[in-house]
Design a protein around this ligand. Sequence first.
Ligand code: BTN
Length: 239
Amino acid sequence: MKVIKLAEVDSTNNYAKSHIENLEDKTLVCADSQSSGRGRLNRSWVDLGVGNLFLSFVLKPSKSFQPFFPNLTQYLSVVLCKVLEFYGLKPQIKWPNDVLINGKKVAGILSESVISGGKFDGIVLGIGVNLKSTVDDVSSIEGRIVTALNIEGVEVSRDEFLDKLSVEFFKDYDKFLNSGFSFISDDYIKRNCFLNKELEVLVLNDKKCGFAKEVNKNGELVLISNDNCETVLTIGDIL
Ligand code: BTN
């Protein structure tokens, strides 16, 4: 595993994507700060200052794209939970891959497949973890209730957290590649905060409502509507 540490970039995902041809499998790109961090669904990822984690995993698991690669974000959410539990926290997962502490978002995960000239070059799996901030700064982030580890009572340096997260990630990575979502299904579901509840889920510009019945074997969210219709969601944002 190789780690590239940068001072400032627009986005570690952008850096990893634009250099992917020259980066080895399992390279980590980490930056002290990001000027244009990107989130899911075209949102931005706010830089809360020095001491926070901005990281992208460069992964080249095979020569062609496999259907379970999108589940890597769920694998990383479970990995992150295990690291947070090591520090005595009780994280929960909100489908598909948000990690919450005390109901507040502490991290975000963004996976991007890189395809050039019809050729699959690999995956850039980005994660931002709020390690250090202030109540004022996290409160100013729009659209989400956000927290940081120090606000939840855990002081940890960026480099220590990076080390623990990357070791935990690669511990079971090969097993995940062999089995896909089923490998993490139990670990994922036992930390969920959304099943057996009435949910509103924003899917692109469409709002889907229903009872959250299960996460199926592909990591998709299954909703049951009032008229007993089943909707299977592969992407979306629980409101
Ligand atoms: C989200 O919750 O919307 C996902 C946020 C992902 C943020 C990380 S920070 C490191 C990497 N670089 C980016 O530009 N985004 C991801």
